[in-house]
Design a protein around this ligand. Structure first.
Ligand code: C5J
Length: 224
């Protein structure tokens, strides 16, 4: 079944069976106090804005039988997959791998690395652990999408200008149509959020389309 989604720079029609919801890095380390985001001096409360709209889209995507994929940014406990140039950021006692209130910062298996309870994956939803910003870099995301013949991605998560934008650019180069749900994304910097979305839809949709939760919810409701 096809649905039409109102979006910028123009509406887009997608086949539901060829569409996945891709949720980027909705992890405690980015959204909660004491995690990686806060150690870098950010106001993590800003990211909460994306949680409720995304919760609604996640529920609707599950009800419609869409493939839902979650990603988590993080590293091996021995940091062997963490480039020194990335680890060196921030003050030494608060860097990737340092102990924090939610365990070692941005390390796989630690409480802070996990996805926030409101958006927790359910059985059958793949979770991709990625060492970089882009979800395609050093992961099996592309083969997962190919095996399911997915062509379109509804993209949400944090942060708009970093991991969401990087993933959308990677996906665009690989031929996927990305529809970014603006209110289901968030940034520590409101101006970067706004510009991050503008960059995607500029020039006739150079990297993809931008829509929002209400529009996608209405489109999915119409498909039932
Ligand atoms: C960052 C991300 N901002 N998930 N990661 O370091 O956007």
């Amino acid at each position: 079944m096809k649905i039409e989604i109102a979006a910028e720079p123009q509406p887009i029609s997608v086949e539901l069976a060829r569409t996945a919801l891709l949720i980027i890095d909705m992890q405690r380390d980015f959204l909660e106090p004491g995690g990686f985001g806060e150690t870098l001096g950010n106001d993590v409360t800003r990211l909460q804005a994306a949680v409720k709209p995304l919760q609604a889209v996640l529920a609707a995507a599950r009800a419609a039988g869409l493939l839902v994929i979650h990603t988590r940014e993080g590293h091996r406990p021995d940091l062997s997959d963490a480039p020194p140039a990335k680890v060196e950021r921030g003050s030494p006692s608060l860097r990737i791998g340092a102990p924090g209130p939610m365990g070692r910062i941005l390390i796989r298996g630690e409480p802070g690395h996990d996805i926030v309870p409101e958006l927790y994956p359910i059985d059958g939803e793949p979770v991709i652990d990625k060492p970089g910003k882009g979800a395609f870099y050093q992961t099996d995301l592309e083969s997962m999408l190919k095996n399911r013949a997915i062509k379109n991605l509804l993209v949400a998560g944090v942060t708009t200008e970093v991991c969401v934008n990087t993933t959308v650019r990677e996906a665009n180069d690989r031929g996927y149509r990305c529809i970014v749900l603006g209110d289901c994304c968030a940034s520590y910097f409101p101006e970067f959020h706004e510009i991050g979305l503008k960059m995607i839809k500029a020039q006739g949709g150079i990297f993809g389309w931008v829509s929002d939760s209400a529009t996608v919810l209405a489109a999915l409701r119409g498909a039932r």
